[in-house]
Design a protein around this ligand. Structure first.
Ligand code: UGA
Length: 441
């Protein structure tokens, strides 16, 4: 059993705290947001993540996990301090490090014994060294400490599973003994451990997210070409993915990536490159392709409903940026709803878990009580989030309730032939061309 402190109970911090406690460690997690900690004391999670409530409860009951708003209480008995605070996009896409700075300064002020400070927040390359400088300069008296970078690779919606079954653990530090100690903490996860210097570990995180985002934009570009030439991108992706060098994951074409990670991290990596005099051309293309996907939804609706969308009722099926989460950060639904409203359409929507969050971020959006209400009276429905519960809807019933039977499938979850057979005017992304194919020569 090790003593661990976790600073920041957002997505990463709460999952990290709960999972390390579940592995048998004693974890004290803190956050400056009192209402979050109050809720956690009542067993209410600040985020929706499958399985999290149960794991937190189990470990709180067993006395291995507790929550506080005090930095001093968190660190009192800890050997390891995980910094898991947010790093939102700041000016020009540069990561905003104010919360990391605050955490480092406070650790320095309250620490009274040697610590290993582990950075899990996604931070620009060089931040680990910067954190070490801050701690050194703010300590009232010199006490030993080391900084280790340990980037997270958790996906929202499957974060607990990802934590417990990682493909790898990356540890970056100039202090080999500290890295070894942190490696011991991760041994029960039985994953390969990659030990590097601080900056390399920080770059592995950005390069990994940027590569996955690149895969998505790549397949979306292929989808456009498929659409023009009459090929089916789903089958193209399946055929490509069987090549082990390519792999089948992250080749789902559609309305592109959103969320709190890919958009922010690709932009931040781009910013780092520009700041060093580089021209990150692939990253620029990745961002441009991704942003155009959301506009394509409106273009497809215009193609099917006519140029003027004024007064047309459009329903959005799914609002969260992906299934199994209530996270709406950079969710495609927000851009699509606002483009449609600007075009004069009446927009309504439904999500299985993100309704409360939607009320805060899109208060103007009319909310439906279930998926069928999204179809009822609509001129078109856009499938935005590929929740499982949307995959087996009674489409005959849905169609009968619509004003016009138009569906734009932003995640390619429906079968185009079946939808057309049922009488829908249906558009997926890259699912063959509906008119004449123009071939050169
Ligand atoms: C992503 C990474 O997958 C994690 O490894 C990483 O730890 C995390 O960011 C982070 O940096 O914290 P996450 O943003 O939770 O995780 O979600 P993903 O499953 O990666 O999906 C991101 C977006 O890409 C979603 O909007 C999803 O709908 C979209 N996507 C994903 C596609 O459009 N096509 C695909 O083939 C896959």
């Amino acid at each position: 059993m090790k003593d661990i402190a976790v600073i920041g109970v957002g997505y990463v911090g709460l999952v990290t705290a709960a999972c390390f406690a579940d592995l048998g460690n004693r974890v004290v997690a803190m956050d400056v947001a009192e209402e979050k900690i109050d809720k956690l004391h009542q067993g209410i999670m600040p985020i929706y993540e499958p399985g999290l409530t149960e794991v937190v409860k189990r470990n709180v009951d067993a006395g291995r996990l507790s929550f506080t708003t005090s930095h001093a209480d968190t660190i009192k008995n800890a050997r390891f301090v995980f910094i898991c605070v947010g790093t939102p996009s700041g000016v020009d896409g540069e990561a905003d490090l104010q919360y990391v700075r605050q955490a480092a300064e406070t650790i320095a002020q309250v620490m009274d014994h040697p610590l290993i400070i582990i950075n899990k927040s996604t931070v620009p390359v060089g931040t680990g060294d910067w954190v070490a400088d801050i701690v050194r300069s703010k300590q009232p008296r010199p006490i030993d400490f080391s900084v280790v970078s340990c980037p997270e690779f958790l996906r929202e919606g499957s974060a607990l599973l990802d934590f417990m079954n990682p493909d790898r653990t990356v540890l970056g530090s100039l202090d080999r003994d500290a890295a070894d100690e942190v490696a011991q903490l991760h041994l029960p996860l039985r994953a390969p451990i990659v030990v590097t210097d601080l900056r390399t570990a920080e770059m592995i995180k950005y390069a990994s997210n940027a590569f996955l985002a690149t895969k998505i934009s790549f397949i979306n570009e292929i989808a456009n070409i498929c659409e023009a030439l009459g090929a089916d991108v789903k089958e193209v992706a399946a055929g490509m993915g069987l090549d082990k060098r390519i792999g089948k994951m992250f080749l789902d074409a559609g309305i592109g990536y959103g969320g709190s990670c890919f958009p922010k991290d690709v932009l931040a990596l781009h910013h780092m490159g520009i700041a060093q005099g580089q021209k990150p051309q692939i990253l620029e293309a990745v961002m441009a392709i991704n942003s155009s996907r959301r506009h394509q939804v409106v273009a497809k609706l215009r193609e099917l409903l006519g140029d003027d969308l004024t007064g047309k009722t459009i329903g959005l099926l799914g609002l969260a940026f992906k299934p199994n989460t209530d996270d709406m950060r950079d969710a495609p639904s927000i851009t699509i709803a606002s483009l449609l409203s600007e075009a004069g359409a009446v927009v309504k929507g439904y999500d299985p878990v993100a309704m409360d969050v939607t009320r805060q971020v899109m208060p103007q959006l009319a909310l439906c009580k279930d998926p069928y209400e999204v179809f009822a009276g609509s001129d078109a429905v856009v499938l935005v989030t590929d929740w499982n519960e949307f995959k087996q809807l009674d489409m005959i019933r849905a169609k009968a309730s619509m004003r016009q039977a138009v569906v734009v499938d932003g995640r390619n979850i429906y079968d185009p032939a079946m939808m057309q057979e049922m009488g829908f005017a249906y558009r997926g992304f890259g699912r063959g061309y509906s008119g004449d194919v123009k071939l050169d020569g």
